[in-house]
Write a protein that binds this ligand. Structure first.
Ligand code: PPS
Length: 570
């Protein structure tokens, strides 16, 4: 291990302009071309401007970018493993030239920085993926981003910071590197071990981080990522409330919590070095690196993208010049007979080790089952349960589809009443006719307007579902693609149950309660579903109902049984 610098040593590149200068530049910038930053670009810019990405002074130019991709080094030879680039559209790039200044704005149009564009180029994104992430398999989140989300043209150039992006949450826990260095100095901390995380912390993490700090004879910084983590991760609001509880478990004055607005790439070994450099900039002297640090999981063929200790190996190779020491993460296990956590390699053959895998933990959380105290802290579990309630407390949507006159509304009404009787959550009925009157009164029955109608229903249903309610929708919804979109939007936030009311056309036509089929046959109504406009039969409906065989009451009851089986009611 190399000799460690003082925690508050090392030059920081603070890219913010002094106040007066920033005001002048703000005026000038009114004439510049404006780029509206994406969420990821805002994270990158934030950490560039506040010095967390020191020694970078802006978004990489082409030569530096190529050198970083290929050799993990800036033109100066300094180790830098991650290309930090500004991706823009061809249309935007077409209007600017090298030497121009451009205004970088947040999503509300607030000017955050000015960039002096030095380079404009179209990168070979699959080469970048191979060089930086070792693969072109787009199941790797960073590769998927590069291939499908990133804009095709990169801009490089120095940054002049005007103001940091605004965040309204957890303000006291968001620090710049100089603020955190200042705090360490004030506390008299000289050796600081940093712990990076994108997950909630449980007892094992508390044990391992505390032991790591003790072994390194250092204080501890818990520095979770709140910028962008992996899709499907627990939201940062819930996580930060959990971290605050875990913080109480450390001996007083040993540990600090600070949030990092980093957009993670899940880039494994290279990302590990990047994390370490950032922590060094924040004034830390040690960095905990675990098994498969920042790993993106498995590739298309089910093989891990990186070996479990690749990150630690790469770190070891560069530890000297990184100038921050690695503390390798030791697996901690709970030994029941000793009633304590121990490093896995210190367990004796006679010890009884208890285990709860991540998958089992999530299952228990999902189903509202008990989570043992040896695994986590009751307050943490309570927060997680609040943020991610079990299915019987989550919102859901029952989405009826079927021909006009198939009986959707009658069954939907019966279901609504039964759910109100159970009384577990508020219920909203979005019947076809109600929606047509209140949400979609200007729409007709063209394909385009029907799609819009269903998308609106889907949007309202997903909002209701997200907030823990029950939405019952009963439009015709004749097209598969649109139904699939609604399923996706709602499933992201809660349950989605599709019910196909499969009453045959002949029966609907015979009933013809509203006299519309007669009119459609006579050509008085055009584009009538089932007559001269298609009804695409659903293939994956959770429930299919034949109203010839079931009364509305029994049909609603069958849906209730399905909801019960799926865990949404009990
Ligand atoms: S869609 O396709 O999902 O947007 O239709 P929806 O909003 O459910 O509206 C269906 C009701 O509108 C009446 N109606 C028609 N239906 C189908 N095709 C045409 N061209 C049409 N014109 C008017 C009809 O009464 C439908 O009501 P329900 O309750 O389904 O019978």
């Amino acid at each position: 291990m190399g000799a460690f610098k003082e925690p508050h040593g090392g030059e920081l590149k603070d890219l913010y302009l002094p106040e007066g200068k920033a005001d002048l530049e703000k005026e000038e910038a009114k004439d510049y071309a404006s780029w509206d930053l994406t969420q990821r670009q805002i994270c990158d810019l934030d950490l560039l401007m506040n010095g967390a990405f020191s020694p970078l002074e802006g978004f990489l130019g082409q030569e530096e970018y190529e050198s970083v991709c290929q050799d993990m080094r800036l033109a100066s030879g300094v180790l830098w493993p991650m290309p930090i680039t500004l991706d823009v559209t061809e249309a935007f790039a077409g209007n600017i030239s090298a030497g121009d200044s451009i205004a970088l704005r947040d999503m509300e149009g607030v000017l955050l920085a000015i960039m002096q564009v030095s380079d404009i180029w179209t990168p070979d994104r699959s080469l970048e993926a191979r060089q930086v992430f070792g693969t072109t398999d787009d199941t790797h989140p960073a590769v998927g981003f590069l291939m499908h989300e990133s804009n095709p043209v990169y801009l490089g150039g120095k940054i002049q910071g005007i103001e940091p992006p605004t965040y309204y949450d957890f303000k006291l826990l968001r620090d710049t590197p100089s603020e955190l260095r200042g705090r360490f100095r004030k506390l008299g901390w000289r050796r600081i071990v940093a712990f990076q995380t994108r997950n909630p912390l449980h007892r094992a993490h508390q044990e391992l981080t505390f032991r790591a700090a003790r072994e390194a004879d250092a204080n501890l910084l818990i520095q979770p990522v709140v910028g962008m983590t992996r899709a499907g991760d627990i939201d940062h609001f819930t996580r930060v409330r959990c971290y605050e509880h875990v913080l109480e478990e450390y001996p007083e004055q040993t540990t600090q919590l600070s949030l990092l607005n980093l957009a993670m790439r899940m880039g494994g070994p290279r990302e590990t070095l990047w994390h370490a450099i950032i922590r060094k900039n924040y004034g830390c002297t040690h960095f905990i690196v675990g098994r498969d640090h920042a790993g993106p999981g498995n590739d298309k063929n089910g093989n891990p993208f990186y070996g479990p200790y690749d990150a630690q190996e790469l770190f070891t190779q560069h530890e000297e010049e990184l100038d921050i020491a690695m503390v390798p993460f030791k697996m901690m296990v709970y030994v029941e007979n000793k009633a304590e956590y121990m490093p896995a390699d210190a367990v004796e053959p006679t010890d009884k080790v208890l285990n709860l895998s991540g998958t089992e933990f999530r299952r228990r959380l999902q189903e509202g089952l008990e989570i043992p105290e040896w695994f986590s802290y009751p307050k943490v579990v309570e927060e997680l349960r609040k943020g991610h309630p079990p299915k019987h407390l989550q919102g859901f949507t029952v989405f009826f589809t079927g021909l006009s006159g198939s009986g959707k509304s009658t069954i939907a009404n019966a279901l609504m009443v039964k759910l109100l009787e159970i009384g577990s959550r508020p219920v909203t009925l979005l019947d076809g006719d109600i929606v047509r009157k209140n949400l979609s009164s200007e729409l007709n029955f063209s394909k385009e307007h029907r799609d819009l109608n269903i998308q609106r229903i889907g949007f309202v249903a997903s909002e209701i579902t997200k907030n823990g309610g029950i939405a019952i929708c009963a439009p015709i919804a004749p097209y598969t693609t649109t139904r699939r979109q609604v399923r996706k939007a709602v499933s992201d936030v809660g349950g989605f149950i599709e019910v196909h009311v499969a009453t045959p056309l002949e029966v609907c036509e015979k009933r013809d309660r509203k006299g519309l089929y007669v009119k459609a046959r006579a050509g008085l109504i055009k584009g009538f579903t089932g007559i001269d406009d298609p009804y695409e039969v659903p293939e994956n409906a959770e429930v299919v109902i034949d109203t010839n065989k079931l009364t509305p009451d029994l049909a609603a009851h069958r849906i209730l049984i399905t909801l019960e089986k799926l865990g949404y009611i009990r």
